[in-house]
Design a protein around this ligand. Structure first.
Ligand code: HPA
Length: 268
């Protein structure tokens, strides 16, 4: 590891080791409603973010703010229950923090999950999407202040995407593939913004994940990202958006999403 992130990673590594945290092969950031994946871990070490010097503190209800490391699918896996959103007031760099923590844990693979709105009119709430790519040039970049002109061509690993399709088939669920349009939120998009996103090539829209994916690309982690499409994006159905629909769909699809993630982890 080189550059200005190496100090942070080394310090974090020390703090995690001092607290009995084992090295992990794969790290997963759990989006809204996916916290229950933590119940699947065995031989678990659980740390509160607030206990770990260097960790930011998550402020969103429903985000646990815990790091759990244990065994799942035949490997040691770190689960981040809670992330840091720009809409909470964090910088893009802090929003990308789980990627740094994943590197500090020794992980080579980072799986990112979230809830997102469906922009693609052929899709429906409850669908799961693997990121083919993202569009985020209108939002702050986590590498601002640590400028590095990194290549983003393979920010989302082809190999992991292929494994994701195999895992989805194995658990009998359809997997969509598409482009995620990142906005900072916290207001949902306007219908005009959603139409613009669609014209630019987006299939989904959301307020997380991209800062982590950019920092992960900088750190050389192999990354895949997945959305549970909890609602049709603004203006598509004419219905108004509300956070309750997002959390209810995420809760309804939890079992399928968790089965899929478990299967994918076992195939990495
Ligand atoms: N827009 C942005 N973020 C979201 C949405 C949405 O429609 N649904 C869930 N997260």
């Amino acid at each position: 590891m080189t550059g200005i992130f190496s100090d942070t990673i080394l310090k974090l590594k020390k703090e995690l080791t001092n607290r009995g945290c084992p090295r992990a092969e794969t790290a997963v950031v759990l989006g809204s409603g996916l916290g229950a994946l933590t119940d699947e871990l065995t031989e678990k070490t659980v740390l509160k973010y607030s206990e770990i010097p260097g960790f930011p503190v998550s402020t969103v209800p429903g985000h646990a703010g815990t790091l759990s490391v244990g065994r799942l699918g035949g490997k040691t896996v770190a689960l981040f229950g809670g992330r840091f959103h720009i809409y909470e007031g964090y910088s893009a760099k802090t929003a990308g923090f789980p990627a740094l923590a994943a590197a500090a844990l020794g992980a080579e693979t980072l799986l990112l999950t979230n809830a997102a709105g469906a922009v693609n009119p052929q899709w429906k709430p409850g669908d799961i999407m693997v990121f083919e790519d993202h569009i985020a040039f209108l939002a702050p970049n986590p590498l601002i202040g640590a400028p590095d002109f990194i290549d983003m061509t393979d920010a989302y690993s082809r190999e992991l995407r292929q494994k994701a399709f195999e895992a989805a088939a194995a658990v009998g669920t359809e997997l969509r593939s598409g482009v995620y349009f990142f906005t900072t939120g916290p207001s949902y998009e306007t219908p005009a913004e959603v139409r613009a996103a669609a014209r630019l090539g987006a299939d989904a829209v959301g307020m997380s994940t991209v800062p982590e994916a950019i920092l992960a690309a900088r750190l050389g982690l192999k990354t895949a990202a997945f959305s549970c499409l909890t609602n049709m994006a603004a203006g598509i159905t004419g219905e108004k958006l509300n956070h309750k629909e997002v959390t209810e769909t995420a809760a309804r699809q939890k079992a399928v999403f968790i089965a899929f993630m478990k299967e994918l982890i076992s195939r990495i």
